[in-house]
Design a binder for this molecule. Structure first.
Ligand SMILES: Cc1cc2nc3c(=O)[nH]c(=O)nc-3n(C[C@H](O)[C@H](O)[C@H](O)COP(=O)(O)OP(=O)(O)OC[C@H]3O[C@@H](n4cnc5c(N)ncnc54)[C@H](O)[C@@H]3O)c2cc1C
Length: 317
């Protein structure tokens, strides 16, 4: 039986692994995709120590550090978690692992627009990762939904190859950090439309051709060959719903300031816990991962006995 299993191998889970290794916990990281969303980040400008670094490069560095410290990583999807007398069974397609303590760091899934045409054209003009599909927008008219950091990063990564880029933001102004806005604001190939919401996605039998938007009450049709949806993530809590964990009103896992969830011996960290400030970012994720690992360590020290199931009180700060 492991002392600790960390589910999720994004930046938060990997950082929890670095700390768990430093605490000498017998631990395992299980994740579907090493690096998580960091693989989608074109260029990170706000992570201390690197004035600019592509997300996948940072993933390599974090994984190397995690392995050097002694973490064991298994690349698999966890399909179920079951309570047992003195801990948990963590079940993947191929194996069952046992642990005394859990850290959930399963991040978020890409948020969908939920408009007509989205499902039909997904993969045929509608994409959720500008960075992953560079050949799809060469010489094309591109629309990007989302005026946050991810939307602006997408615009920066496609702008050289695309014929033009229309960036849609539902609010009155862009939400991205100024450093990203500076990179596109004077580019003649970029049009920014605020107060603009996508109503539907239209096309022929094969591909997207038009995006219908509502701009401040007025309906307009934009020509588009590719639509990148960059409107953030929704917490992926399906795995933990059967455990009966308390969630926040917005659907994130509820934790106290030690990352303790409503079930003893279960901690959570990273984007899956949100933070109430919409700062689901790398620095936040690694900080919370570190804190969860420290809490797991002190929990194990404190409870040198079989875990007693019950509902823990969440102390909010
Ligand atoms: C396009 C884009 C650009 C970004 N740019 C920046 C930036 O410039 N600066 C910045 O600070 N932040 C940026 N971010 C945000 C940053 O990447 C996230 O805040 C961070 O990755 C969150 O880390 P996490 O470990 O909590 O979750 P994630 O990165 O989402 O990792 C969660 C991991 O858990 C795994 N997982 C989920 N369910 C299961 C399961 N059932 N079994 C096993 N594994 C599972 C997932 O596969 C994933 O590997 C960007 C995000 C995107 C999408």
């Amino acid at each position: 039986m492991y002392d600790l299993i960390i589910i999720g191998s994004g930046p938060s889970g990997l950082t929890a692994g670095v700390f768990a290794a430093c605490y000498k916990l017998n631990h395992l990281i299980i994740g579907k995709q090493i690096g998580g969303q960091l693989n989608l980040a074109t260029n990170i400008l706000n992570y201390p120590g690197f004035s600019e670094i592509p997300g996948p490069k940072l993933v390599e560095l974090i994984v190397a550090q995690t392995k050097t410290r002694g973490s064991e990583i298994v690349t698999e999807e966890v399909i179920a978690i079951k309570k047992i007398t003195d801990g948990f069974n963590v079940i993947t397609k191929n194996s069952t692992f046992q642990t005394k303590v859990l850290i959930l760091a399963t991040g978020t899934e890409r948020r969908k627009l939920n408009v007509p045409g989205e499902v039909k054209y997904t993969g045929r003009g509608v994409y959720y990762c500008a960075n992953c599909e560079p050949f799809l927008y060469e010489g094309k008219e591109v629309v990007i939904a989302g005026g946050g950091n991810a939307g602006l990063q997408a615009a920066v990564s496609v702008i050289d190859k695309a014929k033009n880029v229309t960036l849609l933001e539902v609010g009155e102004q862009l939400r991205a950090e100024g450093v990203w806005i500076d990179k596109i604001k004077n580019n003649p190939k970029v049009v920014i439309l605020t107060k603009s919401k996508i109503v539907s996605i239209d096309g022929d039998e094969q591909w997207v051709r038009n995006i219908v938007i509502n701009q401040n009450g007025e309906q307009k049709t934009l020509t588009a060959h590719a639509l990148f949806v960059e409107i953030g993530g929704v917490p992926g809590t399906a795995l933990v719903t059967p455990l009966g964990l308390e969630l926040t009103q917005k659907g994130f896992i509820a934790v106290d300031h030690t990352m303790q969830t409503s079930i003893p011996a279960v901690f959570a960290a990273g984007d899956i816990v949100g933070d109430g400030l919409s700062l689901e970012q790398l620095s936040t994720a690694v900080g919370l991962g570190a804190r969860a690992a420290a809490s797991a360590f002190f929990y194990l020290k404190r409870t040198n006995a079989p875990i007693v199931w019950g509902k823990a009180e969440i102390r909010r700060v």
